[in-house]
Design a protein around this ligand. Structure first.
Ligand code: AMP
Length: 389
């Protein structure tokens, strides 16, 4: 972690402008999952304990202009409950009224600004808009790892106008993911799944030279099986990535493990009639929807020896029973391994949550796209803009 954090700056009696990721699911004004709000609490509490006035900003969804459906107001209420103190809500994120409003806040108060994406200038990283945001604070803290792969005004532009440091959640994300990439405890095992090879090409390229074993499952495994010369029936095929898969198979040697058996069904639907077949014998009218039990056992054996595991993408169509069994078995092995286990966000986090393993994993990233880009070895603009340590 080569960036300054909240620990490195004096925030007492200062207005601290904090970019958080409060992009939570809201239906009819009700927040159905407040994990992202809870993840931001340590940084907010840290700043409050040191006498700062905390001004929070976030995006929510993809509004086209100002739209009450995408208001962050319900988040202010939930945050207030979680913090056990009032949270002042501003119905805008820039402008004179907000500037006056933040100056008039009582010392050590918490405020939340309205959705920054009500302005198209946010995603355009408009310099004027970034400056208008910067006028609200004296220090800028970025705690929104999940948005750090985007160079937007509230994640990147604003950092050029204020002393800019990482929050505690951002620090934690960069520490776990960064250590896995640069100095992992070995053996280091990566597990990749999910639907398309194409989305993971950068990750495979970057991780393959670094890992001791790469376990490939999920829909993307079938492109690799096809590249090996097997027929894959109606299974997912990412035809554009076939050549890449062939190259990787050649380069990887015995580092790369593919499924040796798969669970197939005629269609992807709940409780479809299934069979388990060898990966080399997928029937033409069937699609592979999960790794088979022998593969789960082999993957589990590898995982049990690991000291570091990085996992991105489910190993089967886990949302639809019974195709979650392979993902569950390998999650179980990861949980029992005692390895430092880091799960990418998005679907992998959802699978761990749904299958009851969320509490047994060292670190579940709050970033889907951001975690993937980090694992590709790319520099995240929201991180690059922060002060160097
Ligand atoms: P991704 O966003 O690329 O990580 O893909 C996640 C999605 O891949 C999840 O919705 C899974 O249901 C899906 N998936 C995983 N394995 C398979 C498979 N064998 N066939 C079809 N979909 C799959």
């Amino acid at each position: 972690m080569h960036k300054k954090t909240v620990r490195d700056v004096d925030v007492a009696n200062k207005r601290v402008l904090v970019r958080v990721d409060f992009n939570v699911p809201i239906r009819n004004g009700q927040i159905s999952d407040d994990r992202r709000i809870r993840e931001a609490l340590p940084t907010i509490q840290y700043l409050l304990d040191r006498g700062a006035t905390v001004i929070l900003m976030s995006h929510l969804g993809r509004p086209k202009g100002r739209d009450p459906e995408f208001s962050l107001r319900p988040v202010a209420e939930r945050l207030s409950q979680l913090l056990g103190r009032p949270v002042h809500f501003f119905d805008d994120c820039i402008g004179e009224a907000v500037e006056q409003g933040v100056l008039n806040l009582p010392p050590n108060a918490v405020a939340l600004l309205e959705n920054v994406r009500f302005y198209p200038q946010e995603e355009a990283n408009d310099p004027e808009f970034a400056r208008a945001l910067a006028r609200l604070g004296e220090v800028y803290v970025n705690d929104a790892f999940g948005s750090a792969h985007r160079a937007h005004a509230s994640t990147e532009g604003v950092a050029h106008h204020l002393p800019a440091v990482a929050g505690l959640l951002m620090e934690k994300e960069l520490r776990y993911l960064g250590q896995a990439l640069t100095d992992p405890e070995r053996p280091f095992v990566a597990i990749l799944g999910g639907a398309k090879v194409h989305d993971k090409i950068g990750v495979i390229r970057n991780l393959l030279p670094k890992v001791d074993k790469l376990l490939v499952g999920g829909g993307m495994a079938f492109t690799f099986l096809k590249a090996q010369g097997y027929e894959i029936g109606k299974s997912l095929l990412d035809a554009e990535s076939l050549e890449f898969a062939q190259q990787m198979l050649q380069q990887a040697g015995d580092k790369l493990l593919l499924p040796v058996d798969v669970v197939v069904a005629p269609t992807l639907e709940p409780n479809a009639p299934t069979q388990t077949v060898p990966a080399s014998q997928i029937p033409p009218e069937q699609m592979g929807l999960d790794i088979g039990p022998e593969t789960a056992r082999q993957f589990g054996e590898v995982v049990k020896t690991a000291r570091t595991v990085v996992w991105n993408g489910p190993l089967g169509a886990f949302e639809t029973p019974p195709f979650e069994a392979g993902t569950r078995a390998v999650l179980q092995a990861v949980a029992e391994s005692g390895a430092i286990a880091i799960l990418g966000g998005g679907d992998t986090a959802a699978a761990a949550e749904q299958l009851g393993f969320a509490g047994k994993i060292t670190h579940i990233s709050t970033g889907g796209g951001a975690a993937l880009e980090f694992l590709e070895g790319r520099v995240l603009p929201g991180v690059a803009a922060l002060l160097d340590a």
